[in-house]
Design a protein. Structure first.
Length: 411
């Protein structure tokens, strides 16, 4: 079994080790929830203070022109693009993942008018499937949402399918879909492909161009550290941008917003996917957080991620296997995202007890304990210390206190 000193030695040789100091992490905390909310990058408050104190306070409405506020959805989108294998002018930042899903699902169905099926997984993130249900209802109920149990959806894709909508990394188990293979299967059947990258961008190497993907969405408050409720983003392949329309035809997606024309006329390219006025403060925080990824080798990020998760699995099975934890994440590294999930009948109470001890993961019903390993700030020694804390908690039975069984609004 690996020792704590050996884990410290791995950290000494870690090329990403200096990145940890770029985050303002609380003392005494092992933060294994960056897959749900990334921590605060140190330089973000100063950037926000500049936007508030200089741009908003001093330059007022002039800032839309002189500080590039009007172009921020495109400029921030262009900074996200290299992290997901997209090109300039293919990514737009803004709105929420939910809103962006609705836009792109509607666009896809309009592009395939003779097809009536959307394929997804029964275990997909609820918002993705809820949006498909809502879109079907509001468009007259003529379409069908075909939900597949399990990870392989390719057998459900036939010539009646208009859209395949999947999350690349499963939010519960961390299972990684084969982006290129599933996209190819969708295209061979004549369907369009929509990927949700919320649990992959910033932790995995994502190659939308290599996969020939059509559409993608994602949030930016997980591995991209954009802050709570940070703007989401969407991707539309350049080859489709002037073909597709979207239902939320707000004035910011108009070809000439300040002409105030009576009728809608879509802007060219990715800009037509804009709807309303962007949140400049939130967009500025995200823009600053993206500085962390400038020049960063995502291959190196992925290798560290796999090292962290592999050691966590091994240590948990060696030291905590007798306590009823069952691995819910793939053992095969190529199929495992930057998280490890365990099933346990008392997972909720154990998760709450760990948080009280400063080891922060989270819980997903009915029995999933999730631990995220964001490679930019999580260390190998954090893995060792977290497992030791879990072993001590289970040995002592300290998790079984009334306050740890009480329901919480956010788990």
């Amino acid at each position: 079994m690996v020792s704590r000193d050996e884990m410290i030695a791995l950290d000494r040789g870690d090329a990403l080790a200096p990145m940890r100091d770029k985050f303002d992490l609380p003392d005494g905390i092992i933060y294994l929830d960056g897959n749900s909310l990334g921590p605060l990058p140190r330089h973000v408050p100063a950037r926000l203070a500049e936007v508030i104190g200089e741009q908003w306070r001093n330059d007022l409405i002039k800032s839309w022109n002189i500080h590039g506020w009007m172009q921020m959805p495109q400029t921030v989108g262009d900074r996200i693009a290299p992290l997901i294998g997209a090109g300039p002018g293919e990514v737009l930042a803004g709105d929420s993942t939910t809103v962006n899903l609705f836009k792109l699902m509607a666009a896809a169905l309009e592009q395939r008018p003779g097809r009536k099926v959307i394929v997804s997984q029964s275990g997909n993130f609820p918002t993705d499937n809820y949006l498909a249900e809502g879109l079907i209802r509001f468009s007259g109920g003529e379409h069908e949402l075909r939900l597949v149990d399990g990870d392989d959806v390719t057998g459900a894709i036939d010539d009646g399918v208009a859209l395949v909508s999947l999350t690349q990394v499963d939010y519960r188990s961390g299972y990684v879909q084969d982006l290129a293979a599933v996209t190819k299967a969708a295209h061979e059947a004549g369907a369009l492909m929509l990927w949700d990258l919320s649990h992959s961008a910033g932790a995995l190497e994502v190659d939308l161009h290599g996969a020939d993907a059509d559409f993608a969405v994602g949030c930016s408050y997980k591995y991209l550290n954009g802050g709570p409720g940070a703007p989401a983003y969407l991707f539309v392949a350049k080859r489709l941008q002037d073909q597709v329309s979207q239902p939320l035809t707000g004035w910011m997606g108009h070809a000439a917003p300040f002409a105030f024309e009576q009728s809608y006329r879509p802007a060219p390219g990715i800009t037509r996917q804009r709807s309303g006025t962007p949140s400049i403060l939130a967009m500025s925080a995200l823009n600053a957080a993206l500085d962390l990824f400038d020049g960063l080798d995502l291959g190196l990020v992925r290798r560290k991620s796999l090292s962290l998760t592999e050691h966590f699995i091994q240590l948990m099975e060696q030291r905590c296997g007798r306590f009823g934890f069952a691995l819910a994440s793939p053992r095969e590294q190529v199929r495992r995202g930057s998280q490890v999930s365990w099933r346990h009948q008392q997972g909720f109470a154990i998760s709450r007890a760990l948080v009280a001890q400063g080891v922060i993961g989270d819980f997903r019903a009915p029995d999933i304990m999730r631990f995220g390993f964001a490679p930019l700030f999580v260390r190998h020694v954090d893995v060792w210390d977290a497992v030791e804390a879990i072993e001590k908690l289970m040995t002592s039975g300290g998790w079984d206190r009334p306050e740890f069984h009480q329901a919480a609004a956010v788990t």
